[in-house]
Design a protein around this ligand. Sequence first.
Ligand SMILES: NC(=O)c1ccc[n+]([C@@H]2O[C@H](COP(=O)([O-])OP(=O)(O)OC[C@H]3O[C@@H](n4cnc5c(N)ncnc54)[C@H](O)[C@@H]3O)[C@@H](O)[C@H]2O)c1
Length: 323
Amino acid sequence: MRILVVGGAGYIGSVCVEQLLNEGHEVAVLDNLCEGHRAAVDRRASFMEGDLQDRQSTLSILSKVQPEAVMHFAASALVGESMENPSKYFRNNVANGLNLLDAMVEAGVPRFVFSSTCAIFGPPERVPIDETLPTRPINPYGESKLLFEKVLQWYGRIHGLKFVSLRYFNAAGATENFGEDHRVETHLIPNILKVALGQKPHVEIFGTDYETPDGTCIRDYIHIVDLAQAHILALKANESGFFNLGTGGGSSVREVIETARKVTGRKIDIAEKPRRPGDPPRLIAASDKIKRELGWQPKFQSLEAIIESAWKWHQKFPKGYKD
Ligand SMILES: NC(=O)c1ccc[n+]([C@@H]2O[C@H](COP(=O)([O-])OP(=O)(O)OC[C@H]3O[C@@H](n4cnc5c(N)ncnc54)[C@H](O)[C@@H]3O)[C@@H](O)[C@H]2O)c1
């Protein structure tokens, strides 16, 4: 298929682009490089620098590429920043996303795969989190993604757009050539690996008194190659739908640090800090629906394998894409 990957110069998009190309798809990338990197775009893909904010150029890119499907990774994705600057989140994640959808309708592009998030649920009543749980986001980031999911439902009903929304839990890991290099890194695993590389003195643990076995928060880490596979399966989905996506296993912050010590063989110092507001103790995905309906099966089940892949990438590119 011919696919337009929007946000394909970012962390998850770059790996998806690579995996799509490996499976023989034709790929064009649209990204404004506000967060992504030109060097993160696989050379086999064509690249167009552009901003979804610009309706006219978005439409002309879609009309030129004529993709059979669009994958939409482009978003602002920092929870803390969204609490300080909600406007940025509603503009980029909802209004700019609408520009993309309208351009798709106008250019006649029938399929859409959307990067949603477990943040749409807010603190869950129970774990694992399945698709039947109520959605009660507690920050503008999660709310913006939930609003966009609602928009998708209406575009499906009114314009016949076929969509799959994938609500990722914690994306992690790397392939040989593509990994995680955010300008502001808030994710645990790259921050731990920066300590292992001697680029940071310690890793911060926010909250050590949660009602979990070791007192630290538990999250569900999913390897980005498995995430990418879910996107590729989504291209063949017969029905539109929403799917939670994680490996279903939970690892605490301390367990992640301990596993990283084992994988890297390096000293990793920690600094214990108070809880951050709005961090639920446990976020674990129930991914039965996507397994059942799209035949998804994660290959990277162990945290060790996920961290190993990220460690290899960070050693190869210690300065990220600046190398
Ligand atoms: N990383 C995770 O663990 C995680 C978890 C849940 C959901 N998500 C979602 O997955 C998607 C990708 O996440 P990521 O970690 O790869 O983020 P990222 O910031 O690395 O990638 C996003 C890309 O979109 C581009 N972009 C942003 N706004 C744009 C615009 N207006 N026009 C054109 N390009 C634009 C950025 O330059 C960047 O390359 C995001 O939508 C995020 O909300 C990520």
